[in-house]
Ligand binder design. Structure first.
Ligand code: GDP
Length: 316
C-alpha cells in the first residue's frame, strides 16, 4: 500500500488531498499542529507535532518512510504574514527545508524514492514585469509571505539537484466552499449570502482593483498529485490563465445571491488594504498542461456559483 505524508491537513487543500489519497487506497499520515483543532480526517493517521521542530519532523518522516510527501502547511494568509513576518519565515520558508532534508534522509535510509511536492505560490513573482507568468519569470516577492515561499521554492530546486524528486507547484489562488473567511472570495460569498437573507447589510473590503487568477481548489490538488507522480520533477505553474478583479468577483457573487445593487452593500475600508499588493497575477500553465496532462475543469462563474450556493444553503 503506497504511503503519503501531508503537512497542512487542516487547510482547504489538505482536506481535499487527504480525501483523495484515502479514496485511492493510500496509507495517509499527516502532521497535526498540537495548537490547532484536530481536523476530522477519516482514514488518516495523525501525528502531533510542530513543523518548525525539525528533529521531530525528521524522525517522523524517516519512521513513516512515505512514497509521497506534500508540504501544504503555511501561514496561508498574506495579510497575516505582515503581522507575523518572522513566524512566516520559519513556517513557509525554513520548515520546508527541514522537510526536504528529511525526505532525502528517508530516501537514503530506505533506498526507496521519495516524491516531494512543495505548495509554492504565485506570490513568489510579486509585482511581475510581464503577464502571464511562467516558470521562467524572475522571483520578485513584495510581501513576507511571498519572500518565504520564494526561499522554499528555491530550496526545492536545490534538493532536486541532489537527487530528490522534488516538485514545486506554483499555485495561483484557488478557491472552494472550504476556503476560510479571511480570504477575499469566501468573505464575499459569505457576505453576499448573509445580505441576501437580510442578516447583514454590508461587507467591508480592501483593494477592489486587484486582479487574481482564481481556480477551483480540487483541480489544484489534482495538479499536486500529478506532479508527485510525474516521470520528471520540475517547477509547474498551476493557473487558469485568466485573471478577474476583486470587483468582478463581488459583482458575480452578489448577482448569484440575487442582490442586484452590490455597490450599496460594499464599503472600502483602508484597514483591509495591504502595504504592498500585486496588482495582477495571471499564470501560464502550459508546462503543466503538456507534461502533467493537467487542466482546470471549472470556470470562474462556476466557482463563484458553487461558493455562493454553499453559503446560501449553510445559512438555512
Ligand atoms: P491572497 O492572494 O492569497 O492574499 O488571497 P486573498 O483572498 O486574501 O486576497 C486576494 C486579493 O484580494 C488581494 O489582492 C487582496 O488585497 C484583495 N482584497 C481586497 N479586499 C480584501 C479583503 O477584505 N480581504 C482579503 N483577504 N483580501 C482582500
Amino acid at each position: 500500500m503506497p504511503r503519503a505524508f501531508i503537512t497542512g491537513i487542516s487547510g482547504q487543500d489538505g482536506s481535499y488531498l487527504s480525501e483523495r489519497l484515502v479514496a485511492e487506497g493510500y496509507d495517509v499520515h499527516a502532521l497535526a499542529f498540537s495548537s490547532e483543532p484536530t481536523p476530522s480526517s477519516p482514514g488518516v493517521v495523525l501525528h502531533c507535532g510542530d513543523l518548525t521542530d525539525i528533529d521531530r519532523v525528521r524522525s517522523l518522516v524517516v519512521e513513516i518512510a512515505p512514497d509521497e510527501i506534500y508540504n501544504l502547511a503555511a501561514i496561508s494568509s498574506v495579510a497575516r504574514s505582515w503581522q507575523e513576518p518572522d513566524l512566516t519565515a520559519r513556517i513557509n520558508g525554513l520548515a520546508a527545508v527541514g522537510l526536504l532534508e528529511s525526505a532525502l534522509q528517508a530516501q537514503e535510509a530506505t533506498g526507496n524514492a521519495v516524491r516531494f511536492v512543495q505548495a509554492s505560490s504565485a506570490e513568489i513573482f510579486g509585482e511581475p514585469a510581464h503577464s502571464p507568468q511562467d516558470e521562467h519569470t524572475p522571483l520578485r516577492p513584495v510581501n513576507p509571505y511571498g519572500a518565504a515561499k520564494a526561499y522554499a521554492h528555491l530550496m526545492t530546486g536545490v534538493y532536486r539537484g541532489r537527487g530528490l524528486h522534488a516538485v514545486s507547484a506554483i499555485l495561483y489562488n484557488h478557491e472552494s466552499p472550504r476556503r476560510p473567511a479571511q480570504f477575499v472570495t469566501r468573505k464575499i460569498t459569505a457576505g453576499a449570502a448573509a445580505i441576501a437573507r437580510g442578516e447583514a447589510d454590508s461587507i467591508s473590503l480592501g483593494n477592489l482593483d486587484a486582479r487574481r487568477d482564481w481556480g477551483w481548489a480540487p483541480d489544484y490538488v489534482d495538479a499536486l498529485v500529478r506532479a508527485a507522480r510525474a516521470d520528471r520533477a520540475d517547477d509547474y505553474v498551476i493557473a487558469t490563465g485568466q485573471s478577474r478583479s476583486v470587483r468582478e468577483f463581488v459583482a458575480a457573487a452578489f448577482a448569484k445571491a440575487g442582490v442586484s445593487d452590490w455597490e450599496r452593500h460594499v464599503r472600502v475600508d483602508p484597514a483591509f488594504v495591504r502595504p504592498a499588493d500585486p496588482s495582477d497575477l495571471t499564470g501560464d500553465s502550459s508546462r503543466a498542461r503538456k507534461q502533467l496532462g493537467w487542466r482546470p475543469t471549472t470556470s470562474f462563474e462556476e466557482i463563484v456559483g458553487r461558493m455562493v450556493e454553499a453559503d446560501l444553503s449553510q445559512a438555512d
